[in-house]
Design a protein around this ligand. Structure first.
Ligand code: AKG
Ligand code: FE2
Length: 311
């Protein structure tokens, strides 16, 4: 099916001011966030975690990062499948990406920036470290809202303790004449929650449960918060992990995706399993799943999540 562009994703205010203004606004945010994850798998969040100067500055630094010589960029490798540096390929000629693991940790960010800029780039390092920590705060707040909503907040602290953040930067160049406008192919994220930030260039699209695709237009001052497969497993299928893709619209695009990955196995709380909701998945290893979908078997399966850990 094609687009259903009259449908808009929910826009939810998650500013500190709103969330601190009383029990009612917290409860409202909790209900709206949970409903959005169940219906769409994502929503647009208005937040006050990083002011527009930080966004502008980070996107300007990203241009410099992707302008570095290829022999420097390829030095950023990763043990984790699908992370590290990837340049344009025959099937994704517009796409270039690089990533940082454990991005809330200053030493990890320093290691990356020192590798990319041997003569140092303290500004980028500080900016990114601050950005990743602010996005992590947002991530924790969002997972807390949902854990509370399902009455299982007692597991939240241990969940937060198990999370590590990987930040992926992506550049999508403008297609040349007669070139594909595919930025990135349809996929679900494999982690728990993703916080997605973009410059002022559109292109992200998500698939609704009815199969139609809608554009997701959001200004750089807000973010898209999206559920990944791990969150769907944890919630016993209540939370939807949406297919999404990028279709280029004629302007160069940069995005920053911050992925919350669980280091331990993700298990569905027993409270979320009953006769009406039988257990759907075995305990889930996010990194193992990335390995699985990188194999021929994983690539060929219709529903890799079911094949990997379905019951
Ligand atoms: O660039 C975007 O907006 C989407 C990126 C994405 O989906 C991903 O890196 O998983
Ligand atoms: Fe994604």
């Amino acid at each position: 099916m094609d687009s259903a562009s009259n449908i808009m994703l929910p826009v939810i205010n998650l500013t500190e001011e709103i969330l601190r203004s009383g029990k009612d606004s917290w409860t409202e945010a909790r209900n709206r966030v949970t409903r959005a994850f169940e219906e769409y798998g994502c929503f647009i969040a208005v937040h006050d975690k990083y002011p527009s100067e930080v966004s502008d500055s980070i996107f300007s630094e990203l241009q410099d990062l992707f302008d570095l010589p290829l022999e420097i960029k390829v030095q950023n490798t990763s043990q984790i499948p699908l992370f590290g540096y990837f340049g344009a390929s025959w099937d994704l000629p517009l796409y270039e990406t690089t990533s940082i693991e454990d991005a809330t940790n200053l030493e990890a960010v320093q290691k990356f920036t020192n590798q990319m800029w041997p003569s140092k780039n303290n500004h980028f390092c500080e900016l990114l470290h601050c950005y990743a920590n602010q996005a992590a705060e947002l991530d924790k707040m969002v997972s807390k809202l949902v854990f509370e909503s399902y009455g299982v907040e007692k597991y939240h602290e241990s969940h937060v303790g198990s999370v590590t953040y990987i930040v992926r930067f992506t550049k999508y160049r403008v297609p040349e004449q007669n070139e594909t406008n595919v930025g990135v192919l349809p996929h679900t994220d494999k982690n728990f929650i993703t916080i997605l930030h973009q410059n002022d260039a559109r292109g992200l699209e998500i698939q609704l449960k009815n199969g139609s695709w809608i554009p997701v237009d959001f200004p750089p001052s807000s973010v898209v918060i999206m559920a990944g497969d791990a969150f769907s497993v944890w919630s016993n299928g209540r939370v939807h992990s949406p297919l999404h893709r990028v279709t280029m619209k004629g302007k160069g695009r940069y995005s920053i995706a911050q992925f919350a990955f669980c280091k331990k196995l993700v298990e569905t709380p027993t409270e979320l399993v009953d006769d009406e909701h039988p257990l759907l998945y075995k305990p889930f290893d996010s990194l193992g799943f990335l390995g699985f979908i990188s194999t021929d078997e994983g690539r060929k399966t219709q529903n890799p999540l079911k094949a990997y850990c379905g019951i």
